[in-house]
Design a protein around this ligand. Structure first.
Ligand code: C2E
Ligand code: MG
Ligand code: MG
Ligand code: MG
Length: 284
């Protein structure tokens, strides 16, 4: 400690370089919000099998001045550890709502917006207030916002999750359980969680085929969702075979590179201003 804030010479030289790169990224990350380097891409969610578009999921990117466009996997864990995820997450909620309002004003009032929440964000006492203030600021109906919380986050403190999600859904906001199947849900809590949908994790979609074990798992999740009155979204749909099979198994909503990759809002606008696509063509 006595070496002060910049004394990292207790590391091995190779370690020093790594640690410095890490610290540099951490430093850049704190500045990035003020420097307006974060962007949101929007990935469409389709009514199975091929449309119409029901809405979009906002996915965060960092336009790093030297390193280019960075995926959330590269900086979200750091943002979560340092607490930056709270102001950053608030920026995401606001920016996604601002964009949705724009699309609603263009006539796409049926579109919803899904926003991912991290565990730390979900634990903020001010979350409900923040979300409701944001909806009011952008004059959006609460029903048009879907908050995606991973199964792991929801189950890390189940009683608290039930309380927070109940408060949000009482106000009209929707909740979605993301990456479903990768956590350890208690069925008792799942029953009490006031969510509107389960998103089947991409891992189960990847090797889906008639004979695969994953098909049995997807069928079981669909049956469970039906019992609990939840919609089922499949993420990571990349092939027409997966699209057909997931639809046949009873998934209501599909999301994936096959139907639409995460794109800039300008790309969404450009595609919407084009003529109606020919029969059978995907809208994005
Ligand atoms: P997620 O919410 O489960 O989002 C799905 C991820 O799968 C996204 O990765 C998306 O780009 C990718 N994906 C979508 N379709 C396909 C496909 O067909 N094939 C493949 N291989 N991948 C597909 P992305 O954008 O890198 O985001 C990764 C994770 O980072 C997200 O997983 C979410 O947990 C988190 N995340 C993203 N944006 C935010 C945010 O604004 N706030 C928070 N707290 N977390 C975020
Ligand atoms: Mg998600
Ligand atoms: Mg997911
Ligand atoms: Mg994920």
């Amino acid at each position: 400690k006595h070496v002060g804030r910049n004394g990292y010479h207790f590391f091995q030289p190779s370690m020093n370089t790594l640690a410095q790169a890490h610290l540099q990224l951490m430093n850049d990350l704190w500045l990035a919000l003020d420097r307006h380097e974060f962007r949101l891409l929007y990935q469409p969610k389709f009514h199975a099998p091929a449309g119409p578009i029901l809405g979009f999921e906002a996915l965060l990117r960092w336009e790093h001045p030297q390193q280019g466009l960075l995926s959330p996997d590269l900086f979200l864990p750091l943002a979560e550890k340092t607490g930056l995820i709270v102001p950053l997450g608030n920026w995401v909620i606001n920016e996604a709502c601002r964009q949705l309002r724009e699309w609603h004003l263009q006539g796409h009032t049926e579109w919803s917006m899904a926003v991912n929440l991290s565990t730390l964000q979900f634990e903020q006492p001010a979350l409900v207030r923040t979300v409701l203030d944001c909806l009011a600021r952008h004059q959006l109906p609460p029903e048009s916002l879907i908050l995606e919380v991973t199964e792991t986050t929801a189950m890390s403190n189940p009683d608290e999750s039930v309380r927070v999600l109940t408060e949000l859904t009482n106000a009209g906001v929707k909740a979605s359980i993301d990456d479903f199947g990768t956590g350890y849900s208690s069925l008792l809590y799942l029953k009490r969680l006031p969510a509107c949908e389960l998103k089947i994790d991409r891992a189960f979609v990847k090797e889906l085929s008639g004979e695969s074990e994953d098909a049995t798992i997807v069928s079981a999740i669909v049956a469970l969702a039906k019992t609990l009155n939840l919609k089922v979204v499949a993420e990571g749909v990349e092939t027409t075979a997966q699209q057909a099979f997931l639809t046949q198994l009873g998934c209501n909503t599909l999301q994936g590179y096959l139907l639409g990759k995460p794109v800039t809002p300008q790309a969404v606008d450009a595609l919407c201003s084009q003529a109606v696509p020919p029969e059978g063509a995907s809208a994005l």
